[in-house]
Design a protein around this ligand. Structure first.
Ligand code: KG4
Ligand code: ZN
Length: 360
């Protein structure tokens, strides 16, 4: 394109298809996001109130040509201009993963470019360092604590640069049962809210009275782990009781009655309080210089406010993922791949496989 600044190399193509979003992104060598296209499959799954795996993989296949064409056109490059190809290899829905991973492997192999198979959580973990306005990514600090909160995960990680230069990532805490986003979705679904329920529960909770119900924040004793199934069950039982008393039939239609909105606010407060409680326990054990928070639930309004207050009070540096990169996207996959590429790591496009469950 005439007059355009040359793209700083390597130009990285990212592909993400682990669940119900078909995403493609291009990143330059500074970690600046040149384009990030996410095609959600909301309409395809709405009828069922949640993601149907078989439909998700078919939709990925259907969406990819359009999504990739849009990404390349917006940057004004061709597929053959790409220097590094990256795709999510897991965890996620295996049929969905296979679509994006196979595309990525094939593109890398056909073009003879290096390939990076990226762990979905590694993508989320570094996403708070991306710039929302397309500037270069922030340099990754030598050590930080990562909180990943999504529909499938509730994890605290310690990330440290090893002597060899690569990061060592250790799990400090994970959920024993449900993930936080799953609890938001299941409660929202029972209430009668359309998929995806998490953002709508958050929106409604903004208008409710969180002090209406006292819901449990489980205490892990001397250990550090999350648990959301007790809170979910308690909220659902309270919901049933409330509806019986008020002669309401579930699922409800919006606008929701005030007591239900208050219950959603109480649920959200307890869900967020558990995260803050674990951070308090962690910081009592070890200093946290920087906390990087990511994943779909990192868009939660209350969580963002509470984390900002918590970090300021504890003098912890905070990086909240930019809202555009909180949900699943391919920019985070391309960024994790760029970091690997800089360290000289490579995956064999003929050998990598998709895995629905795989530790980071
Ligand atoms: O990271 P993500 O897009 O996909 C997974 O890797 O799971 O996260 C999706 C999850 C869903 O459970 C969705 O309901 C939840 O994030 N979510 C929210 C909010 N926005 C998305 N949960 C609570 N409040 C929100 N504002
Ligand atoms: Zn995710």
């Amino acid at each position: 394109m005439p007059g355009r600044e040359p793209i700083e190399r390597p130009l990285v193509l990212g592909i993400e298809s682990s669940c119900d979003d078909t995403a493609c992104a291009l990143l330059d060598g500074r970690g600046a996001v040149l384009v990030s296209v996410v095609s959600s499959q909301l309409e395809a799954h709405r009828l069922y109130g949640g993601v149907v795996p078989e439909i998700a993989s078919r939709e990925h296949l259907r969406n990819w040509p359009e999504v990739s064409r849009e990404a390349l056109e917006r940057v004004g490059v061709e597929m053959s201009d790409v220097d590094v190809v990256a795709a999510t290899s897991g965890p996620g829905l295996v049929g969905s993963l296979l679509v994006g991973l196979t595309l990525g492997r094939s593109i890398a192999y056909a073009l003879g470019r290096p390939f990076q198979a990226v762990h979905h959580l590694e993508g989320h973990l570094y996403s708070p360092f991306l710039d929302p306005d397309g500037a270069a990514a922030e340099e990754i600090p030598e050590r930080f604590v990562g909180l990943v909160v999504s529909g499938g995960h509730t994890n605290l990680f310690a990330v440290e640069r090893s002597a060899a230069g690569g990061p060592t990532v250790s799990t400090l805490a994970e959920t024993r049962d449900d993930a936080i986003g799953e609890a938001f979705d299941k409660i929202g679904k029972r209430v009668g809210l359309p998929y995806p329920q998490g953002p709508r529960v958050d929106e409604l909770a903004e208008t409710g009275d969180a002090s209406a119900h006292s819901l449990p924040v489980p205490h892990p004793g001397g250990e550090l782990f999350f648990s959301y199934s007790g809170l979910k069950t308690q909220t659902l039982v309270t919901l049933e009781t409330l509806c019986r008393e008020q002669d309401l039939e579930l699922p409800l239609a919006e606008p929701l009655p005030r007591p239900v909105v208050d219950l959603l606010a109480s649920f959200r407060a307890a869900a967020v309080a558990q995260l803050i409680d674990r951070l308090d326990r962690l910081v009592a054990e070890r200093p946290i210089e920087l906390l990087a928070v990511s994943g779909g639930v990192a868009a939660n309004r209350l969580l963002r406010r509470e984390l900002s207050a918590w970090a300021a009070a504890r003098e912890v540096m905070l990086r909240l993922v930019p809202l555009v990169y909180s949900g699943d996207n391919a920019a985070m996959i391309a960024f994790a791949a760029l970091l690997r590429h800089r360290r000289g790591e490579r995956d064999d496009p003929l050998a990598v496989e998709a895995a629905s469950r795989v530790p980071l």
